[in-house]
Design a protein around this ligand. Structure first.
Ligand code: GAR
Length: 201
């Protein structure tokens, strides 16, 4: 299946997707970043993947940015759009256009800790468990139907950094696995409900 990956930063999740692309039946057609300095762009270039930077600061509105992003994505006619650390709030028009074919990774056990600084917030809330969620993207920020989660224990001496590191290890395992379900047509979104092989998740 053809896919386009959107990033904003380091791209460690992108790297795990690139490393597993053959095994998960994914053809990464392009990597798009809203930040020119995103290290993930270097990772993509090293893997001979086409890259684009679409700097959101060059657009007068969120709508204008999303429309341009959508045009760029559509050039590749992807079966799946993968948000791998893409740190943008998306317009309803954009999310609706790709309902059921856009996946996001978020570093918390949603619905807990939507938004930013999830690791510090988990520590501050004295959570004993933390983790990562993969979900279909809808108009609600970090609120779309959940596909899969991976949990880790929060240790007493954890800092936001140490927690982030251990969550990332889980992210790098879980995202390729979920993408594979999708590329094999095992994973579906219907009426806001997620099914895997026809069974409700
Ligand atoms: C990851 O931890 C990902 O879960 C998070 O950004 C990081 C990107 O790291 N995404 C979000 O917070 C989305 N709301 P990476 O660039 O090294 O993959």
């Amino acid at each position: 299946m053809k896919g386009v990956v959107l990033i904003s930063g380091s791209g460690s999740n992108l790297q795990s997707i690139i490393d597993n692309a053959n095994d998960i039946n994914l053809d990464i057609e392009a990597v798009i970043s809203n930040k020119e300095a995103a290290y993930g762009l270097e990772r993509a270039k090293k893997a001979n993947i086409t890259t684009h930077t679409l700097d959101h600061k060059q657009f007068s509105s969120r709508e204008a940015f999303d429309q341009n992003l959508s045009q760029l994505i559509d050039q590749y006619n992807p079966g799946v759009i993968i948000l791998a650390g893409f740190m943008r709030i998306l317009t309803e028009e954009f999310t609706q256009k790709y309902t059921g074919k856009m996946l996001n990774i978020h570093p918390s056990l949603l619905p807990k800790f939507q938004g930013l600084n999830t690791h510090q917030r988990a520590i501050d809330a004295k959570e004993t468990e933390h983790g990562v969620t993969i979900h279909f993207v809808t108009a609600e920020l970090d609120g779309g139907p959940i596909i899969a989660q991976s949990q880790i224990k929060v240790l007493e001496d954890d800092s936001a950094e140490s927690l982030a590191k251990r969550v990332l290890i889980e992210e790098h395992k879980l995202f390729p696995k979920v993408i594979h379900w999708f590329t094999q047509n095992q994973l579906k979104l219907n009426d806001n409900k997620v099914t895997l092989d026809g069974k409700l998740m």
